[in-house]
Design a protein around this ligand. Structure first.
Ligand SMILES: NC(=O)c1ccc[n+]([C@@H]2O[C@H](COP(=O)([O-])OP(=O)(O)OC[C@H]3O[C@@H](n4cnc5c(N)ncnc54)[C@H](OP(=O)(O)O)[C@@H]3O)[C@@H](O)[C@H]2O)c1
Length: 318
């Protein structure tokens, strides 16, 4: 048996990926910020799959201290089989006023990118050989994604990682700013994934694979939870009708496909790819946006992220 850690598996895409992996007889760690919701999800999956090796562990990606505590708690467990996979799935979109993490970073940057950056880099020594990392991105990272535009999500805007962590006040509408930050965070996921691959040999883990996944538009998921009443209603009740269109999926179909990137032997030696399948049996990959391969942006993101997590660690000790 081997262990898979998946962030944000209380509901949505992560929940269905975790359920699939539990069915495939992995030990699955649901890493989540709400212990009650997380434990409920774990026990539902245990019952549904008859796999008792499904565990809920506390991880709040909006707190770097929580990320460190999670990794320490994980490393000290002696009941878990070797770590095969990490799925960086948790994500949020802020529609109202700017929110900040416990460490003072803009929330979308902090949760969707920085918390996962620290989690992944701290976990590297704990992987078994040939481990796999999958990062969940989104079509919204393209500057011209038709679904994103139709839903009012604006294109990503990478300035500098420092500015994204501590954004200047803006006069734009809050919802508009929120969607730009979300799309930008999904670009950061890709910049991080590709930079991680380049750095793995120097980090002593050239054996690991890293790939990115775009689950397609999944109307009905919790991602629109901060939207206004009408938009949320449309997201939950109207948009699911579009599932027959290419590019539109569901958490129930994309979750198992995400799980396959960790468990399917076909992906064992595949690295640096951007997959976008959301129909059973699909194996499609394509280039992500030109910006996602920008080396200068990737290096800025990596070095700034490293500094930010180190500064917080020093401040906590002081
Ligand atoms: N929905 C779409 O159309 C779509 C399209 C493309 C990509 N994606 C990506 O798919 C991924 C999953 O999204 P989803 O649609 O399944 O959304 P969802 O239903 O809202 O699920 C998000 C998950 O992330 C968790 N989470 C949020 N903040 C967290 C934090 N600070 N620490 C730990 N966990 C946290 C949530 O936990 P709680 O239960 O505690 O809130 C929940 O389990 C995201 O990365 C998203 O960007 C979604």
């Amino acid at each position: 048996m081997q262990t898979i850690i998946i962030t944000g598996a209380t509901q949505g895409l992560g929940y269905y990926a975790a359920q699939t992996l539990a069915r495939q007889h992995y030990a699955v760690v649901l890493a989540g910020r709400n212990q009650v919701k997380n434990e409920n999800a774990a026990s539902t999956i245990r019952r549904a799959t008859n796999n008792q090796h499904v565990y809920a562990m506390m991880l709040d990606l909006a707190s770097l201290a929580s990320v460190r505590q999670f990794v320490n708690a994980f490393a000290s467990r002696t009941d878990l089989p070797p770590l095969l996979g990490l799925v960086n799935n948790a994500g949020l979109q802020i529609i109202g006023p700017t929110e900040y993490t416990a460490d003072g970073f803009e929330m979308t940057f902090g949760v969707n990118h920085l918390g996962h950056f620290l989690l992944t880099t701290l976990l590297l020594p704990h992987f078994a050989r040939q481990g796999r990392i999958v990062v969940v991105s989104s079509g919204t990272h393209y500057p011209d994604d038709p679904f994103a535009r139709a839903l009012g999500v604006l294109p990503p805007a990478y300035t500098t990682a420092g500015e994204l962590a501590y954004p200047e006040p803006t006069t734009r509408k809050l919802a508009v700013t929120g969607t730009i930050r979300y799309a930008t965070s999904k670009l950061l996921n890709l910049l991080f994934a590709y930079e991680l691959i380049r750095r793995l040999p120097a980090l002593g883990r050239a054996d690991l694979t890293v790939n990115a996944y775009d689950p397609g538009l999944m109307p009905g998921s919790g991602l629109a939870r901060q939207q206004s009443g009408l938009l949320k209603w449309v997201w939950t009740n109207v948009l699911p009708v579009l599932r027959l269109l290419p590019g539109v999926g569901s958490v129930q179909t994309s979750g198992p496909l995400l799980a396959g990137l960790i468990s399917d032997p076909a992906f064992a030696d595949v690295r640096g790819k951007y997959f976008y399948f959301h129909r059973p049996g699909d194996r499609r990959e394509k280039p992500s946006s030109p910006d996602s391969y920008d080396l200068a942006k990737a290096q800025d993101l990596w070095t700034t992220s490293k500094q930010l997590v180190a500064e917080v660690s020093v401040m906590k000790k002081a």
